[in-house]
Design a protein around this ligand. Structure first.
Ligand code: SF4
Ligand code: SF4
Length: 268
């Protein structure tokens, strides 16, 4: 039986976030609700993913903002049960909130298995200095992506808000979707019991932009489907456009205008 490997498997324990970005790629400043997924449900989803995949290259924790998740430490300990099944655990943070004592201890327990990736939004990333120091003192692998001022990572953000049917003819859509950077990266997204091929598929579905379509995601909690059926859906994730691709501009990323990252919506 052919091995099933996830190159990048992003787990989203929370869509709560410390920021309120105008161009939020998870639509958290729009229709997607901010909420914590209960720890037991996230753990169940991690079990389900590792039951489906033979191996994961990068396991990722992403949000929202993972360090506002109240059970971060327990979640990290839980994921590390699978240490022999993944190469590295990547924690993505906006460096606004430094982890509490329990979170720091958990990071130290597993420091050699993980990397902290900071999206540095300048003044907004208030805890950046503490993260720098913590990673340096404890020899934790640490990467900073600069998202402020000149020379922003990827030249800044694109505007993929207000998704609507782009009305590409079917064959054009197929070619564009296959060339989408997210498709090429094979960055799967797991949120609240569902595994999608990318974050846009996940959150456009979450906002109710279109009805769920069989094969666009795996319902990890569906016991009526066998492991092999679910693995087959995953194998097909990258063979054709998903419903979300019709609405999503990310496939034109190479030519889209760029905007400064993390511009905040005004309160009130
Ligand atoms: S930091 Fe900004 S873009 Fe990222 S999840 Fe929070 S609100 Fe969205
Ligand atoms: S076009 Fe959008 S929905 Fe389709 S694979 Fe790319 S990022 Fe995902």
């Amino acid at each position: 039986m052919e091995e099933l490997v996830a190159r990048r498997l992003a787990i989203v324990p929370t869509t709560n976030c410390s920021l309120n970005c105008k161009l939020c790629m998870d639509y958290l400043s729009g229709p997607v609700k901010r909420r914590d997924i209960p720890l037991e449900d996230v753990c169940r989803d991690i079990d389900a993913c590792f039951a489906l995949f033979d191996r994961v290259v990068w396991l990722q924790f992403v949000g929202g903002e993972v360090f506002v998740y109240r059970d971060f430490a327990k979640l990290l300990d839980y994921a590390l049960r699978y240490r022999d099944r993944f190469d590295r655990l990547i924690i993505e943070t906006n460096a606004t909130v430094f982890p509490d004592e329990a979170g720091r201890q958990a990071l130290l327990r597993h420091g050699d298995a993980l990397s902290i990736y900071v999206s540095d939004y300048g003044e907004l990333s208030r805890a950046r200095g503490k993260f720098d120091q913590f990673a340096r003192e404890h020899n934790i692998h640490y990467v900073v992506k600069k998202y402020h001022g000149d020379g922003q990572y990827f030249d800044g953000w694109i505007d993929n808000t207000n998704p609507h049917d782009l009305k590409e003819p079917g064959d054009v859509l197929e070619v564009n979707a296959m060339n989408c950077p997210q498709c090429r990266l094979r960055n799967m997204h797991c949120y609240d019991g569902k595994l999608h091929r990318c974050s846009n598929s996940c959150f456009m579905q979450e906002m109710g932009l279109f009805p769920p379509k069989d094969g666009d995601f795996v319902d990890l909690r569906d016991v009526s489907r066998s492991r092999e059926e679910k693995r087959e859906i995953i194998r097909e994730f990258y063979t054709h456009a998903r419903r979300s691709c019709r609405y999503c501009k990310q496939k034109y990323m190479a030519i889209l205008p760029r905007y400064p990252a993390a511009q905040q919506l005004k309160k009130g």
